[in-house]
Design a binder for this molecule. Structure first.
Ligand SMILES: Cc1cc2nc3c(=O)[nH]c(=O)nc-3n(C[C@H](O)[C@H](O)[C@H](O)COP(=O)(O)O)c2cc1C
Length: 185
């Protein structure tokens, strides 16, 4: 596939088959994704991969975190179970950590480089038929989650990339034409 086709084919995939994803495949994709541009070659990223048995332990810990944060306080036991089931159906959770050292400009550069690396990963995964969904905000950006993935004081969670073989591929979400947002100087 050409780059244009891969970019057009990529979707945020939120529903996965139960076919396992080999850890070696994720590692292989990461080895290419890290060729993202990054200023001064600081390589500001680090990864925590939850897959196979690790995925089970990870979802256990995530459920504990969500419970402690009161996520299920207003939910029925069935709704809690549904939420847990949804988390268990995600074959791979890849937490991407980004360095938070240096000046504010350096930190911004490092964030941008890590985001570029994540998009490399998503495109490489798409090319292999995998689906990804980049998760952020909510509980993922909390100090409790940073502790869960053993982030250091000098790192922040930039995103959690859910990965698996797509069960449902949603239709493309149309974008505003770039020319509508383009001004000639
Ligand atoms: C930085 C970032 C954070 C995102 N966070 C979430 C998220 O927390 N949950 C989610 O379902 N999708 C998340 N997404 C995916 C977007 O919702 C998705 O890219 C957008 O709806 C466009 O759909 P598409 O990726 O299929 O083109 C995130 C994307 C980015 C780039």
């Amino acid at each position: 596939m050409h780059a244009q086709q891969v970019i057009a084919k990529r979707r945020s995939i939120r529903s996965y088959t139960d076919q396992p994803v080999p850890a070696e495949l994720i590692e292989e994709l990461l080895e290419t994704a890290i060729y993202a541009p990054n200023h001064k070659l600081r390589e500001p990223w680090r990864f925590v991969l939850a897959i196979e048995e690790g995925q089970k332990r990870y979802v256990d810990a995530l459920m504990e975190l969500l419970t402690a944060r009161g996520q299920f306080e207003t939910k029925t036991p069935e709704q809690r179970q549904q939420a847990e089931q949804k988390l268990r159906e995600v074959p791979v959770y890849l937490t991407v950590l980004c360095a938070t050292q240096g000046t504010p400009d350096q930190q911004l550069e490092d964030t941008l480089a890590t985001a570029a690396m994540i998009q490399n990963l998503q495109l490489l995964a798409t090319e292999r038929g995998l689906g990804c969904c980049w998760k952020s905000g909510k509980h993922w950006f909390t100090p409790e989650y940073a502790t869960l993935v053993h982030a250091t004081e000098a790192e922040r969670v930039l995103g959690v990339i859910q990965i698996g073989w797509p069960a449902v591929v949603p239709p493309v979400k149309p974008r505003t034409s770039a020319t509508d947002k383009l001004t000639h100087f």
